[in-house]
Design a protein around this ligand. Sequence first.
Ligand code: FE2
Length: 234
Amino acid sequence: MMPRDIYNREAPGAHPPYAYPEYVSTRKRAPIHAPIRIVQTLSEITGPRFGRELLRKGDDDLTRFNGSEAIGERIIIAGRVLDENARPIPETLVEIWQANAAGRYAHEVDRHPAPLDPHFCGVGRVMTGRDGAYHFTTIKPGAYPYPNHYNAWRPQHIHFSLFGPCFATRLVTQMYFPGDPLLKLDPIFNSVPDSDARDRLISHFDIDLTVPEYALGYRFDLVLRGRSATPMET
Ligand SMILES: [Fe+2]
Protein backbone atom coordinates (compact mmCIF):
# COMPACT_ATOMS: atom_id res chain seq x y z
CA MET A 1 0.00 0.00 0.00
CA MET A 2 1.30 3.47 -0.86
CA PRO A 3 2.08 5.68 2.14
CA ARG A 4 -0.49 8.43 2.53
CA ASP A 5 0.62 12.06 2.86
CA ILE A 6 -0.68 13.25 6.20
CA TYR A 7 0.01 16.93 5.85
CA ASN A 8 -0.55 19.78 3.44
CA ARG A 9 2.64 19.58 1.38
CA GLU A 10 4.43 22.73 0.15
CA ALA A 11 3.82 23.95 -3.38
CA PRO A 12 6.58 23.31 -5.95
CA GLY A 13 9.12 26.14 -5.88
CA ALA A 14 8.30 27.18 -2.33
CA HIS A 15 11.79 26.35 -1.09
CA PRO A 16 15.18 26.90 -2.72
CA PRO A 17 16.95 23.94 -4.33
CA TYR A 18 19.94 22.51 -2.47
CA ALA A 19 22.16 23.48 -5.41
CA TYR A 20 21.75 26.97 -6.85
CA PRO A 21 24.94 27.78 -8.80
CA GLU A 22 24.49 31.57 -8.56
CA TYR A 23 24.67 31.14 -4.76
CA VAL A 24 28.23 29.91 -4.82
CA SER A 25 28.30 28.23 -1.38
CA THR A 26 25.65 25.74 -2.53
CA ARG A 27 28.02 24.34 -5.19
CA LYS A 28 30.03 22.62 -2.46
CA ARG A 29 27.45 21.97 0.22
CA ALA A 30 24.59 20.60 -1.87
CA PRO A 31 24.21 16.81 -1.66
CA ILE A 32 25.42 14.97 -4.76
CA HIS A 33 22.92 12.12 -4.35
CA ALA A 34 19.18 12.46 -4.68
CA PRO A 35 17.40 12.73 -1.32
CA ILE A 36 15.58 9.70 0.05
CA ARG A 37 11.97 10.30 1.03
CA ILE A 38 11.32 9.08 4.55
CA VAL A 39 7.76 8.16 5.36
CA GLN A 40 6.46 10.44 8.07
CA THR A 41 5.57 8.70 11.31
CA LEU A 42 4.38 9.83 14.71
CA SER A 43 7.92 10.66 15.84
CA GLU A 44 8.21 13.48 13.27
CA ILE A 45 5.11 15.24 14.57
CA THR A 46 5.76 14.79 18.28
CA GLY A 47 8.81 15.32 20.44
CA PRO A 48 10.40 17.46 23.16
CA ARG A 49 10.09 21.24 22.93
CA PHE A 50 12.13 24.16 24.16
CA GLY A 51 10.44 26.08 26.94
CA ARG A 52 10.49 29.42 28.69
CA GLU A 53 13.32 28.28 30.97
CA LEU A 54 15.67 29.26 28.11
CA LEU A 55 14.63 32.91 28.22
CA ARG A 56 16.46 35.66 30.07
CA LYS A 57 15.18 39.13 30.87
CA GLY A 58 15.73 41.40 27.87
CA ASP A 59 16.09 38.64 25.27
CA ASP A 60 13.29 40.32 23.31
CA ASP A 61 15.09 43.70 23.20
CA LEU A 62 18.35 43.85 21.22
CA THR A 63 18.70 47.62 21.53
CA ARG A 64 20.47 47.46 24.90
CA PHE A 65 23.60 45.43 25.64
CA ASN A 66 26.48 45.86 28.09
CA GLY A 67 24.64 48.58 29.95
CA SER A 68 23.95 51.01 27.15
CA GLU A 69 22.04 51.61 23.92
CA ALA A 70 23.01 50.24 20.51
CA ILE A 71 23.62 52.63 17.62
CA GLY A 72 21.18 52.65 14.70
CA GLU A 73 17.54 52.88 13.69
CA ARG A 74 15.28 51.24 16.28
CA ILE A 75 12.62 48.96 14.83
CA ILE A 76 9.89 46.66 16.08
CA ILE A 77 9.59 43.22 14.48
CA ALA A 78 6.37 41.37 15.30
CA GLY A 79 4.02 38.81 13.86
CA ARG A 80 2.50 35.42 14.41
CA VAL A 81 3.74 31.88 13.96
CA LEU A 82 1.08 29.79 12.22
CA ASP A 83 0.70 26.18 11.24
CA GLU A 84 -0.22 24.85 7.82
CA ASN A 85 -3.90 25.46 8.53
CA ALA A 86 -3.37 29.09 9.67
CA ARG A 87 -3.81 28.18 13.33
CA PRO A 88 -1.50 29.99 15.79
CA ILE A 89 1.36 27.98 17.30
CA PRO A 90 1.57 28.93 20.99
CA GLU A 91 4.58 28.57 23.29
CA THR A 92 7.13 27.98 20.56
CA LEU A 93 10.68 29.30 20.52
CA VAL A 94 11.57 32.06 18.04
CA GLU A 95 15.24 33.03 17.75
CA ILE A 96 16.82 35.78 15.64
CA TRP A 97 20.34 36.89 14.78
CA GLN A 98 21.52 39.79 12.66
CA ALA A 99 24.26 42.25 11.72
CA ASN A 100 24.47 45.62 13.45
CA ALA A 101 23.47 48.93 11.87
CA ALA A 102 26.81 49.07 10.02
CA GLY A 103 26.38 45.60 8.50
CA ARG A 104 28.80 43.77 10.83
CA TYR A 105 28.09 40.64 12.88
CA ALA A 106 29.45 40.39 16.42
CA HIS A 107 31.21 37.18 15.41
CA GLU A 108 34.90 36.37 15.14
CA VAL A 109 34.74 35.21 11.52
CA ASP A 110 33.13 38.43 10.27
CA ARG A 111 35.98 40.46 8.73
CA HIS A 112 33.87 43.16 7.05
CA PRO A 113 35.71 46.43 7.82
CA ALA A 114 32.68 48.10 9.40
CA PRO A 115 32.56 49.09 13.06
CA LEU A 116 31.45 46.72 15.78
CA ASP A 117 28.97 48.12 18.29
CA PRO A 118 29.90 47.18 21.88
CA HIS A 119 26.24 47.64 22.82
CA PHE A 120 24.76 45.35 20.19
CA CYS A 121 25.20 41.57 20.33
CA GLY A 122 22.72 40.81 17.54
CA VAL A 123 20.88 37.82 19.00
CA GLY A 124 17.44 37.51 20.58
CA ARG A 125 14.88 34.90 21.53
CA VAL A 126 11.26 34.84 22.63
CA MET A 127 8.44 32.36 23.04
CA THR A 128 5.17 32.92 21.20
CA GLY A 129 2.11 33.75 23.25
CA ARG A 130 -1.15 31.83 23.31
CA ASP A 131 -2.12 33.57 20.07
CA GLY A 132 1.14 32.56 18.34
CA ALA A 133 2.41 36.14 18.50
CA TYR A 134 6.01 37.21 18.98
CA HIS A 135 7.61 40.65 19.35
CA PHE A 136 11.18 41.96 19.21
CA THR A 137 12.67 45.42 19.54
CA THR A 138 15.94 45.71 17.65
CA ILE A 139 18.13 47.81 15.36
CA LYS A 140 17.66 47.81 11.59
CA PRO A 141 20.58 45.77 10.23
CA GLY A 142 22.89 47.21 7.60
CA ALA A 143 23.61 45.62 4.22
CA TYR A 144 26.98 43.91 4.01
CA PRO A 145 29.26 42.67 1.20
CA TYR A 146 30.05 38.99 0.77
CA PRO A 147 32.38 37.16 -1.59
CA ASN A 148 29.75 35.43 -3.75
CA HIS A 149 30.57 37.43 -6.89
CA TYR A 150 31.98 40.83 -7.83
CA ASN A 151 30.28 43.61 -5.81
CA ALA A 152 27.88 41.22 -4.06
CA TRP A 153 25.92 42.74 -1.16
CA ARG A 154 23.34 41.07 1.04
CA PRO A 155 20.06 42.98 1.40
CA GLN A 156 19.23 44.06 4.93
CA HIS A 157 17.94 40.94 6.65
CA ILE A 158 17.30 39.22 9.97
CA HIS A 159 17.86 35.47 10.39
CA PHE A 160 15.09 33.47 12.08
CA SER A 161 15.12 30.00 13.62
CA LEU A 162 11.93 28.24 14.69
CA PHE A 163 11.22 24.74 15.88
CA GLY A 164 7.44 24.77 15.98
CA PRO A 165 5.71 21.87 17.69
CA CYS A 166 7.94 19.11 16.30
CA PHE A 167 10.97 18.20 14.18
CA ALA A 168 8.95 18.26 10.96
CA THR A 169 8.21 21.96 11.44
CA ARG A 170 11.83 23.11 11.87
CA LEU A 171 12.44 26.33 9.95
CA VAL A 172 15.57 28.43 9.46
CA THR A 173 14.95 31.45 7.28
CA GLN A 174 15.59 35.14 6.68
CA MET A 175 13.33 38.18 6.89
CA TYR A 176 13.83 41.09 4.49
CA PHE A 177 12.58 44.68 4.35
CA PRO A 178 10.16 46.12 1.77
CA GLY A 179 11.60 48.19 -1.06
CA ASP A 180 15.21 47.06 -0.65
CA PRO A 181 16.94 47.61 -4.04
CA LEU A 182 19.37 44.76 -3.32
CA LEU A 183 16.61 42.12 -3.29
CA LYS A 184 16.48 41.74 -7.07
CA LEU A 185 20.27 41.23 -7.17
CA ASP A 186 20.59 38.77 -4.28
CA PRO A 187 21.13 35.12 -5.30
CA ILE A 188 20.17 33.84 -1.85
CA PHE A 189 16.77 35.55 -1.92
CA ASN A 190 16.26 34.65 -5.58
CA SER A 191 17.15 31.00 -5.04
CA VAL A 192 13.51 30.57 -3.94
CA PRO A 193 11.91 29.76 -7.31
CA ASP A 194 8.34 30.88 -6.68
CA SER A 195 7.75 34.66 -6.58
CA ASP A 196 4.82 34.36 -4.15
CA ALA A 197 7.04 32.33 -1.83
CA ARG A 198 9.80 34.98 -2.11
CA ASP A 199 7.27 37.64 -1.17
CA ARG A 200 6.57 35.71 2.04
CA LEU A 201 10.16 36.49 3.10
CA ILE A 202 9.57 40.26 2.99
CA SER A 203 8.18 42.00 6.06
CA HIS A 204 5.52 44.70 5.81
CA PHE A 205 5.81 48.18 7.25
CA ASP A 206 2.99 48.64 9.77
CA ILE A 207 2.08 52.09 11.08
CA ASP A 208 -0.06 50.49 13.80
CA LEU A 209 2.97 48.57 15.06
CA THR A 210 5.11 51.71 14.87
CA VAL A 211 5.70 53.32 18.27
CA PRO A 212 5.42 57.13 18.09
CA GLU A 213 8.74 58.93 18.54
CA TYR A 214 10.48 55.61 19.19
CA ALA A 215 10.62 52.92 16.48
CA LEU A 216 9.19 51.90 13.09
CA GLY A 217 7.20 48.66 13.04
CA TYR A 218 7.56 45.77 10.60
CA ARG A 219 5.17 42.84 10.59
CA PHE A 220 6.39 39.37 9.63
CA ASP A 221 4.25 36.26 10.00
CA LEU A 222 5.82 32.83 9.68
CA VAL A 223 3.99 29.74 8.46
CA LEU A 224 5.46 26.35 9.29
CA ARG A 225 4.77 23.87 6.47
CA GLY A 226 1.87 23.71 4.04
CA ARG A 227 0.89 25.58 0.88
CA SER A 228 1.66 28.99 2.44
CA ALA A 229 4.88 27.94 4.15
CA THR A 230 7.60 30.48 4.77
CA PRO A 231 10.53 29.35 2.59
CA MET A 232 13.53 27.72 4.18
CA GLU A 233 16.55 29.96 3.61
CA THR A 234 19.95 29.40 5.20
FE1 FE2 B 1 23.22 37.28 7.35
